[in-house]
Design a protein around this ligand. Sequence first.
Ligand SMILES: NC(=O)c1ccc[n+]([C@@H]2O[C@H](COP(=O)([O-])OP(=O)(O)OC[C@H]3O[C@@H](n4cnc5c(N)ncnc54)[C@H](O)[C@@H]3O)[C@@H](O)[C@H]2O)c1
Length: 363
Amino acid sequence: MTGPKIGIVGAGGIAPSHIEGFQKAGAEVAAIANRSPGKAEALAARYTIPVVCGSLDEMLAKVQGLDAISIVTPNFTHAALAMQALRAGLHVFCEKPPALNAHETEAMCDTAQRAGKILMFNFNNRARPESQAIIDFIQKGGVGKINSAQTQWVRKAGIPGYGSWFTNRKLSGGGAMIDLLHMADLALYFMGYPNPDYVLARTFSNFQHDEEFRSSYGSEESSGVMDVETACHAMVTFRSGQCLTIRTSWAEMNERELASVVFQGAWAGGRIERAYSNGGKDETSIDTCKLFLLDNGKMIEKPLVFGPGPDDLGRRANAANFVQAVRGETRPLNTPAQALRLMKIIDAIYESAETRTAVQVDG
Ligand SMILES: NC(=O)c1ccc[n+]([C@@H]2O[C@H](COP(=O)([O-])OP(=O)(O)OC[C@H]3O[C@@H](n4cnc5c(N)ncnc54)[C@H](O)[C@@H]3O)[C@@H](O)[C@H]2O)c1
């Protein structure tokens, strides 16, 4: 089956994974828009996309019969672009974070509901085969209620787009916490996305003005502003009795870049961990994926082994899931309600860090 017909808005570093995922799943990528058209023209030539525009307005006026758009622009643009497209009757696939905060995310969710259209976010780590194997095991009752989980995405010298929108709170919504929200989302997914109760958090800004700690990727446009946290540590409790700890950093004195979720359930536990080599091996490889089980009364470890996948495996698989969901072949891998709950937790993390109090969340 071919289709749906999709337009891409934003031609930055992460756009190719959207385009490749959509095209591989049989979608027609009919147009691409970017504020500065040169970047859009380059991607249009590389992926044979027929129409190049300077904005979503121009795309909606120029291209007939679009079914969906994919938003790959800076965080501060997500809410307005998504709501414009939803009101125009299109499904929306939007990069993470959903928006700058929960207030904007709620408006997006309401708009999607009123329009009766799919609003899905790029929580791409859920689409990786390891994550799908773990959630399958959990949903079949292999783990029981997950009592507790610990997540981390920590970098050593990884401030993206130093001085660009990434590091400007007004344009990004925050620093390491909102940018590296993937592992918190994955843990919540495993835990059944429970309703939060209290959040207690601290943020830190060491190395904020030391360019040695910038990463090699991110936006080229720079206003020079750097006013977001470089590290965040948080604890979330849930009304269900569960709890989650979250650690994220762009710049911290760590051994190496690590992304992981570890969880402890009523009768089993598990661990997914990706260790990055900072160059060299496949950056998206998961180095450890295992379950901790009781087998005939004995405690055992069961490794789940997957072959090496291409870079961007999860991103392409998530984009393909969106295509299949628009065709009505499957359900989206994430929902607006989950995105809103995650953003309420992130808002509470920033509030707790600022006020130095525990913040109660109505999730
Ligand atoms: N899922 C992931 O793993 C992942 C990884 C990196 C980035 N991201 C997210 O992707 C988004 C984009 O990040 P990036 O690194 O590609 O950023 P980028 O700054 O490299 O590119 C963004 C592009 O959007 C264009 N743009 C800005 N406003 C626009 C508008 N209103 N209409 C059309 N074009 C516009 C800019 O000119 C720029 O080319 C961000 O929300 C970021 O958080 C997600």
